[in-house]
Design a protein around this ligand. Structure first.
Ligand code: MLT
Ligand code: MN
Ligand code: ZN
Length: 269
């Protein structure tokens, strides 16, 4: 299975357009686009996992995802969503030129996205459906992570609103959990034996930003105490010191085998 880490920043990206903090203004730091992946069993048919507002730039920067081989063909077959947050879904609207597309997500997420669908239906009738157990040879397992609704979904509705994925192919697997307030029950088993576990790295500590706790993101410093295996962190907020490779926080996590992949990281697993 091939995995491409398309983006690794939290909502707003890094640097964030309306933030002039020291990290966002540091010209030495590599920009990071908003969190998402592409996965493929065969290297020809690709599935996006989350669709960030940076999706067009991410596709153009990724030769595997560029249009072809036919004039109107694309290797992108569908989209899987972990949640309905705008930083994981606005990219759907950027795919509006697609004549066919399948969007897979939990029912509550699909329901919230009916607002998007009202728009996209005017262009092309895409398929919106539950997350399948298998897709082009990739076995898909999900774990309900939380019931945190996006702010725009104003009618409280039963979840799960956020899920984690485990993708398996030929006995090798990847776990992707970019949005977790606390590790859900069963997470250790869900992640057992995975080649990579990509985990929510929004914050390093629990006091990085006012109002942080209601945002519901497990800080890296806590996660590394709770998970006894190397972790890859994504969905980094611009307040997170690990964005700076020279930070002491980055040195601490790397000393324990954890890491922070750059945009464009490729894994063959
Ligand atoms: C989050 O990750 O908490 C959300 O994306 C925040 C937001 O965009 O409102
Ligand atoms: Mn987010
Ligand atoms: Zn900033």
């Amino acid at each position: 299975m091939k995995v491409i880490v398309l983006g690794t920043a939290a909502g707003g990206g890094f640097p964030q357009w309306n933030c002039a903090c020291a990290t966002c203004r540091d010209p030495e730091l590599e920009p990071r686009s908003q969190d998402g992946l592409a996965i493929s069993a065969d290297g020809n048919n690709w599935y996006l996992v989350n669709a960030s507002p940076d999706l067009r730039a991410q596709i153009l920067a990724t030769p595997e995802l560029r249009a072809g081989p036919g004039v109107r063909e694309t290797p992108i077959r569908g989209v899987l969503l972990t949640d309905a947050e705008l930083d994981h879904t606005l990219g759907l609207l950027l795919l509006r030129e697609a004549e066919t597309l399948t969007v897979h997500a939990p029912p509550a997420v699909l329901n919230a996205l009916s607002r998007f669908r009202d728009i996209t239906d005017r262009y092309h009738a895409w398929t919106w459906s539950a997350v399948p157990d298998e897709l082009d040879g990739i076995t898909i397992k999900t774990l309900a992570v939380s019931d945190k609704q996006p702010r725009y979904a104003d009618d409280p509705a039963p979840g799960p609103w956020v899920i984690a994925y485990r993708f398996e192919h030929h006995g090798r697997s990847l776990v992707y959990a970019p949005c977790v307030a606390q590790l859900p029950e069963g997470f250790a088993q869900f992640a057992a034996g995975a080649a990579y576990v990509l985990l929510d790295g929004t914050f390093y500590s629990n006091d990085e930003m006012p109002g942080q706790t209601v945002m519901g993101h497990l800080p890296i410093a806590t996660a590394v105490q709770q998970v006894d295996r190397p972790l890859a962190f994504t969905h980094l907020n611009n307040t997170n010191p690990v964005i700076d490779p020279a930070s002491p926080e980055r040195a601490v996590i790397e000393k324990h085998g954890h890491f922070v992949p750059a945009d464009g990281t490729r894994w063959q697993i």
